[in-house]
Design a protein around this ligand. Structure first.
Ligand code: G1P
Length: 308
């Protein structure tokens, strides 16, 4: 097993994260007509902010967004805001904050890479190859909002195992395997297990397990070569999963079980649930809204089940 940066001569520190955010968000229309999906608020901040905060907490300082339209919005959201100079904001813990400050530390860099054509997740990641260079990198799919963040554990497993890749997985009902990448880890029930194979969106009858990939990955830069070579797969798209399958045939790739709570914010039901769950989780006793949500829910059946 190779330790971090010891024998390959390649850098091993994971400082870069790729955020594929070029999708049109059609499942979230009409919210996403003018506002990119990653800018839709979940409770009190845009979806992308959870992913960025998770990445920074995992030691990431280079953020690469694969996007065709949201670069200026992302820059203005995370950067300093001259318009807010002199204004004070109340922080989550009730503290007074300078509203004009940047939302990310000063060492964090943003890069924007166009995808151009929607050829699939694997293609989106491949579009970031020049920004990534020859260093290992993370891939973060903001639609999967993880509580607590999962990326730090993946980075740790990547180093500890001398891995070429680590993907986050969680058990899903078998009937849902066709929505995910699904791994075969040879029945190893450990928290981190070596992947024997991985397949994108298998029918339940063909799925090798019910361990589904959720949107966090760490890779050695060599995955880019595989992404450039794999043919279109499930749905006619270039699949990240297919490149992982090729990598796992020759290099150690691991699945790391996530045991927190994942909110799938790529569809309305998951997004709404996340908003309510995070609002309740963040509520202080004096915040009236927690009680209001509770009483809304209590009166909901009596209202005939209509949300309007
Ligand atoms: C993508 C990946 C899939 C993974 C999923 C996690 O699918 O292709 O392997 O399990 O994200 O959310 P998508 O949701 O883009 O169809």
């Amino acid at each position: 097993m190779s330790g971090p940066g010891l024998d390959s001569g390649r850098p091993r520190a994971v400082r870069t994260a790729v955020f594929p955010v070029a999708g049109l968000g059609t499942r979230m229309l009409p919210m996403t007509r003018a506002v990119p999906k990653e800018m839709i608020p979940v409770f009190d901040r845009p979806l992308i902010q959870y992913a960025v905060e998770e990445a920074i907490a995992a030691g990431i300082s280079d953020l690469v967004f694969v996007t065709d339209r949201s670069g200026p919005m992302l820059e203005s959201h995370f950067g300093p805001s001259p318009e807010l100079a002199g204004k004070i904001e109340t922080g989550p813990g009730g503290e007074r904050l300078d509203a004009a400050r940047a939302l990310v530390p000063g060492n964090v860099r943003f890069q924007f890479v166009p995808q151009g054509r929607p050829l699939g997740l694997g293609h989106a990641v491949w579009c970031a190859r020049e920004a990534v260079g020859d260093a290992p990198f993370a891939v973060v799919l903001p639609d999967d909002l993880m509580v607590p963040g999962a990326l730090g554990e993946l980075v740790d497993a990547f180093h500890a195992r001398g891995a070429a890749g680590v993907v986050a997985v969680e058990e899903v009902p078998r009937r849902d395997t066709a929505r995910y990448g699904v791994v075969d880890s040879g029945g190893d029930a450990g928290r981190v297990s070596r992947i024997a194979s991985i397949v994108e969106k298998p029918d339940p009858a063909d799925a090798p397990s019910n361990l589904a990939v959720v949107g966090r990955y760490v890779f050695d830069a060599s995955i880019m070569d595989h992404l450039g070579a794999v043919p279109p797969g499930a749905g006619g798209e270039i699949q990240l999963t297919d490149a992982i399958a090729v990598l796992a045939r020759s290099e150690p790739v691991y699945a790391s079980r996530f045991d927190g709570e994942r909110h799938d914010c790529g569809n309305r039901a998951g997004w709404l649930r996340a908003t309510v769950a995070l609002a309740l989780a963040g509520a202080a006793p004096e915040d009236g809204y927690a009680g209001e949500i509770r009483s809304l829910l209590e009166s909901w059946p009596a209202a005939g089940g209509s949300g309007r």
